[in-house]
Design a binder for this molecule. Sequence first.
Ligand code: NAD
Length: 339
Amino acid sequence: MIKVAVNGYGTIGKRVADAVAAQPDMQIVGVSKTRPNADASIAMNRGFPLFIADPAKKGAFEKAGIAVAGTIEDMIKRADLIVDATPGDTGAKNRILYEKAGVKAIFQGGEEHEVAGFSFNSDCNFKDAIGRQFVRVVSCNTTGLCRIIKAMDREYGVVKVRAVMVRRGADPGEIKKGPIDAIVLNPVSIPSHHGPDVQTVLPNISIVTLAMIVPTTLMHMHAIQMDLVSAPARERVIEIIRKHPRMGLVPRTSGITSTAELKEFVMDLGRPRSDLWENGIFEDSVACDGNELYLFQAIHQEADVVVENVDAIRAMTGVEKDPDTSIRMTNQALHFQAI
Ligand code: NAD
């Protein structure tokens, strides 16, 4: 059993902890919290040993009825690997702790590529992560882009990708973030950082991205256009998406034309936290014109990177060297079902 600790039990960390706990070859040996809030009591209910960033707050946790197992340094000693899911740029500071302890660590997309020197996507570069001490799982948008770009590159060869990202303003629980009534260019200048981020995983892909933020919390939406080396056939593109373990086809027959309906559908499927781990690609949007491909995909920002973290754990610890086997194991443990 791989002993995994999650440093930063927030939006991503709590999902990674549940996904890890569901795997047959991994166990959670600890999660960390800074405050005794609702997430802390959920961690306790799940039976995850809880460690704290600031020992001076031990009394506050205990007063709230939450048992404290020790400090983050204590947690690190118990683990084979740390998933660092602290807010952006905090991981870079925590790296010193992991280095000192000689423990493996995964960082998230809010960190720079340089924090690990290696950026990961299960379908693109699993084998290059085998045995590494530090890996960064790229952001939700980059993960979604890498999946579809790699799949099309494998089949047709990619000449150029152009993508517009309509980004959610905040996660549902983030009551202090916006915008409330604006479309915010993010940034005004072109390209956005997403294209270069894709190139940290797929360095040979030519890509330009534009991004804006809108007042919604549920998901991002990508409008993607690719120039391909050979002409794509629409039915074949749809077949590739349907068979891909991390892409889901939103069928024409579902009548779903929005992130809200898609989220409702995933909720009705009974997925934990109504999480959509796959790219939600709208069947009706898939269009081919000569060597050009067009499509819309919805990306559930809180969910798609979670399964990538699980695969990265297998690659880094070397317990599984085949990406397809790891992806299958991860999906099976979470009971993926077709959307
Ligand atoms: P979050 O704010 O929801 O959770 C972070 C957690 O870390 C909180 O519980 C916070 O209390 C805790 N924390 C803060 N400082 C800490 C410290 N020094 N030590 C231990 N714990 C600490 O953040 P999030 O949205 O889960 O983001 C985490 C990372 O994942 C970031 O790099 C982010 O960019 C990336 N990411 C986020 C999303 C998303 O949509 N939320 C998607 C993909 C990737």
